[in-house]
Design a protein around this ligand. Structure first.
Ligand code: ATP
Ligand code: MG
Ligand code: MG
Length: 544
């Protein structure tokens, strides 16, 4: 429910407050009547680049052996210097374009100091003061499906380094440092506080994840740590200014993030019920076992990062020409694809979502080449529909239901589909023109999945004797002397011999018994005869 907010008389009704509310209005949630939750998210997305942000070391997978992807710069050896990787910059530009942000003509790098064993140099190179892009937005579906989509404003996108990984062994009381991740490029994507519920926060992260994958700038895999979120949550009484935010760090699944916001909201509500403005600003963690947030440090204990410009890195200048070049290579974005599937092919909302969600692994590392849409289910669908002007709804049925259903029952993903679009296309055409019955078409699909082949669907259908029976009378285009047609004739004759009682009953006026005779013929044909043709043929023969 949206409530328009009137004039606020409270002293703390600052410009900042008006900026929050003028944008989305006040939103009341039935779970916490009289209160409003405000959420802003900082997302760290690992850049899908072959090399690290400032060194030539290869980026790594969690499965790689430890300290294998390290050069001296990553280990902060004295005298080593950073060299900015242009691919990381291009991928950040892609992301910024997809998030409708302003790409800054010049941005710069700063050092954020803190002392922890996973940070060999004692500082992280980031973009505190002049980030690469600012003022964007991401449109997300409203969790309340009947409402309009929500525009979440993106405050900034900044480039920064990832840290190393430290693991503590309680048995030996030693910490082990793996530098594989140290210096990998990250994009920190920061929203304005535009989200109003755990569900909206979930929808934001899922939409962002799909966008990063579509543009090929990040795997966006929360479980593997290539996408991590810090959520900022505050609660205020409706009509009063926004509350103090608490930041919950390092959430690595959408489910945990939503649970953390819910728990944090309830915790702050309890504090506010006792007395207004009593929530202290804190940095908190999330306990994945109890589903509760816990205090890490208070504002007073907040570290002083002693930010300073990195003297080893100059200004990052991005020309209009470079932006235009990246823009020209930008693949189709999820919402553009969604609109196209609906408007060009007339697919329903549901079918569009099914098609777009079909799992495709796009694990080709970015290397200056376009990655992203190659080999997706949507490409396959496009190929099937476009070349032969096939009916998109029929194609969707074969792809989204039959093929996907068969692959799922084999526990295979769409990327493992061995049937090329020419084969499936010809199979669909044969079913449509009556060369194959629907049953035989499905059989051929199963056969192709279990026995991948380079042969055409037509050759295979003939080889496997799947071509449908036709009759000269029932199908005027078929040749009465074709083998399939004469097989149907002889099956009809066999039925008359095998079911004398039923034939007699039919002839004496019991029309319903014909179904049984039709069923017998279809069974004997192993699905090659279709009910309509058999019925017409039987009626013709029995009337003679
Ligand atoms: N009252 C509020 N309630 C909820 N979220 C808020 C509120 N005010 C600001 N935020 C959000 O808090 C986040 C602040 O992130 P930002 O990166 O700017 O600073 P930070 O958290 O202080 O820095 P760091 O990157 O070191 O964590 C933004 O996503 C912003 O939208
Ligand atoms: Mg931040
Ligand atoms: Mg923060």
């Amino acid at each position: 429910m949206f409530l328009r907010l009137g004039q606020c008389s409270h002293l703390r009704c600052s410009l900042r407050y008006r900026a929050f509310h003028s944008y989305r209005g006040v939103q009341e949630d039935s779970r916490w009547p009289g209160y409003q939750v405000i959420i802003g998210i900082e997302t760290h997305a690992q850049i899908k680049s072959r090399h690290k942000l400032f060194s030539n070391a290869l980026t790594s997978e969690p499965s790689d052996s430890t300290n294998d992807h390290v050069v001296v710069f990553d280990a902060a050896f004295p005298g080593t210097l950073p060299k900015l990787n242009p691919n990381c910059v291009d991928l950040a530009i892609r992301t910024a374009l997809a998030l409708k942000s302003n790409i800054q003509k010049s941005s710069s790098f700063d050092r954020k100091h803190y002392f922890y064993s996973d940070l060999p140099s004692g500082y992280q190179i980031t973009q505190q003061y002049a980030p690469i892009a600012t003022n964007g937005y991401l449109q997300i579906p409203s969790p309340n499906l009947s409402s309009e989509p929500i525009q979440v404003r993106i405050k900034q996108i900044q480039l920064e380094q990832d840290t190393a990984k430290s693991t503590f062994n309680p048995r030996t009381l030693t910490s082990q440092i793996d530098l594989n991740r140290a210096g990998t490029g990250l994009m920190e994507i920061v929203t304005l506080p535009d989200l109003r519920s755990p569900e909206e926060a979930g929808a934001y992260v899922r939409t962002l994840q799909a966008l990063l994958r579509a543009v090929g700038s990040s795997d966006g895999n929360m479980e593997q740590g290539s996408l991590r979120c810090d959520v900022n949550v505050s609660v205020n009484r409706i009509g009063q200014p926004p509350g103090t935010r608490c930041e919950i760090k390092n959430l690595n699944s959408v489910r945990f993030m939503m649970a953390a916001i819910t728990h944090e909201t309830q915790r702050q509500l309890k504090l506010l019920a006792e007395s207004p403005f009593t929530v202290p600003q804190e940095t908190r963690g999330f306990n994945e076992d109890t589903f509760e947030t816990f205090k890490l440090r208070s504002k007073e204990d907040a570290p002083d990062y002693r930010y300073m410009p990195d003297p080893n890195l100059g200004v990052l200048s991005i020309s209009e020409a470079r932006i235009a070049e990246v823009k020209a290579k930008l693949p189709e974005l999820p919402w553009q694809m969604r609109d196209r599937l609906k408007s060009i092919y007339g697919l329903s909302d549901k079918d569009t979502e099914v098609l777009m969600k079909i799992e495709t692994v796009k694990d080709v590392p970015f290397d200056g080449r376009i990655v992203g849409t190659g080999g997706s289910a949507v490409d396959y669908f496009d190929a099937l529909c476009e070349s032969q002007k096939r009916d998109p709804k029929i194609v969707f049925n074969w792809l989204g239901n039959e093929l996907l259903g068969q692959l799922t029952s084999k526990k295979a993903s769409f990327t493992e589909n061995p049937i090329n679009s020419d084969q499936l296309g010809q199979l669909i055409d044969m079913v449509q023109d009556g060369t194959l019955t629907g049953t035989s078409g499905k059989y051929l699909l199963r056969h192709l999945l279990s026995n991948p082949s380079g042969k055409t669907a037509r050759d295979l259908a003939e080889e496997l004797q799947l071509v449908a029976f036709t009759s000269g009378t029932a199908n005027p285009t078929a040749s009465p002397s074709s083998p399939a047609s004469s097989e149907l004739d002889s099956l009809v004759q066999d039925a008359i011999t095998a079911l004398p009682k039923e034939v007699a009953a039919y002839k004496s006026g019991h029309q319903g018994v014909l179904n049984k005779i039709v069923g017998w013929v279809i069974k004997q044909s192993r699905g090659r005869a279709d009910a309509k043709t058999v019925r017409i043929e039987l009626e013709r023969v029995l009337k003679q």
